[in-house]
Design a protein around this ligand. Structure first.
Ligand code: PLP
Length: 290
């Protein structure tokens, strides 16, 4: 098993320690590109088709050439095979506008290890700080060039929010809009349980559509949960029967503390984690689901 894997879209397996990018790559100088993060589990990448579908919509939001899906699928399979099935891995698909001096987009797949922080968040849950994102829920509709529904490489503010929260002893963040609506985490979607109803805020409020949340809703509905998109306030999180940050690699991190207030144990904790596992392992399998 390799400890890191790098595959370029021309189907070349590269030395993961070799230099790959030019200094004028627009991802380096402008953060101009899109990406996806997938879990590699049991020797295969999970939810490939939903991630490729989002890669395409992000690329079209940025006016990048449409990704060649056959090349991506081939490179993803090759990278997962190189990684092997011994341990889980984090796979990134990176697609940039290419060099400022011209030429083709830059595209590659890399795989590395899952961090200890991820294992801890899955196991123990997370303490979360709510942070004002500084814009209203209609910002995305009024300013589509802000690319709020696209997964762009410009993640500096998301990472800054996480460092800010860390300074207050919190593990993660939930962004809220200027009017106090719950939005999403810097790397995750927010899902709340009210009885056997699962709720997440509507994507139109300036939220990245999460592949994990979507797959979860599909699996949960089949198991008798009611799932809905609805506006949530911070108070709704506190009185809920469980709040989770869900994402492809961390899967489900239960929020045990919100703004310093300890939340009660969720009666759904185990069932929810199982549902997310199932959703991640089965989404897009053979159905071409996007
Ligand atoms: N929202 C944001 C801002 C994210 O960065 C991510 C994942 O990185 C998510 C939501 C969750 O998306 P997914 O479930 O596809 O990993």
């Amino acid at each position: 098993m390799a400890d890191r894997v790098l595959v370029t879209l021309d189907h070349e397996i590269r030395d993961a320690d070799s230099q790959l990018l030019y200094a004028d790559d627009l991802a380096v100088v402008r953060g101009d590109g899109v990406f996806e993060t997938l879990l590699v589990h049991g020797g295969r990448a999970c939810k490939v088709e939903p991630h490729l579908s989002r890669l395409c919509s992000s690329a079209s939001a940025l006016g990048l050439p449409q990704p060649d899906l056959d090349d991506w699928r081939f490179s993803i399979d090759l990278a997962a095979e190189q990684w092997g099935s011994d341990v889980e891995g984090v796979m990134r698909l990176v697609y940039t506008r290419g060099r400022e001096s011209g030429g083709e987009p830059t595209a590659f797949v890399m795989v590395g290890p899952v961090s200890d922080a991820v294992s801890k968040a899955r196991r123990d849950g997370v303490s979360v700080l709510t942070l004002d994102r500084g814009f209203s829920v209609d910002f995305s509709a009024n300013a589509p060039w802000q690319l709020l529904g696209a997964k762009t490489l410009s993640y500096a503010t998301n990472m800054a929010a996480l460092r800010y929260a860390e300074g207050f002893g919190a593990d993660d963040v939930i962004f809220v809009s200027s009017e106090g609506n719950v939005l999403e985490g810097p790397r995750s979607s927010v899902v709340v349980a009210r009885g056997r109803t699962l709720i997440t805020p509507p994507h139109e409020q300036g939220i990245l559509p999460g592949t994990t949340q979507r797959a979860l809703f599909s699996v949960a509905q089949d198991r008798g949960f009611h799932c809905e998109y609805a506006s949530l306030r911070t108070a709704d999180l506190i009185v809920s029967e469980g709040v989770w940050l869900v994402s492809s690699v961390t899967k489900a991190a239960r929020v045990h503390t919100l703004d310093g207030v300890e939340l009660p144990e969720s009666p759904l904790a185990e069932e929810f984690a199982d549902l997310v596992d199932l959703a991640i392992e089965t989404a897009g399998l053979g159905s071409g689901e996007a």
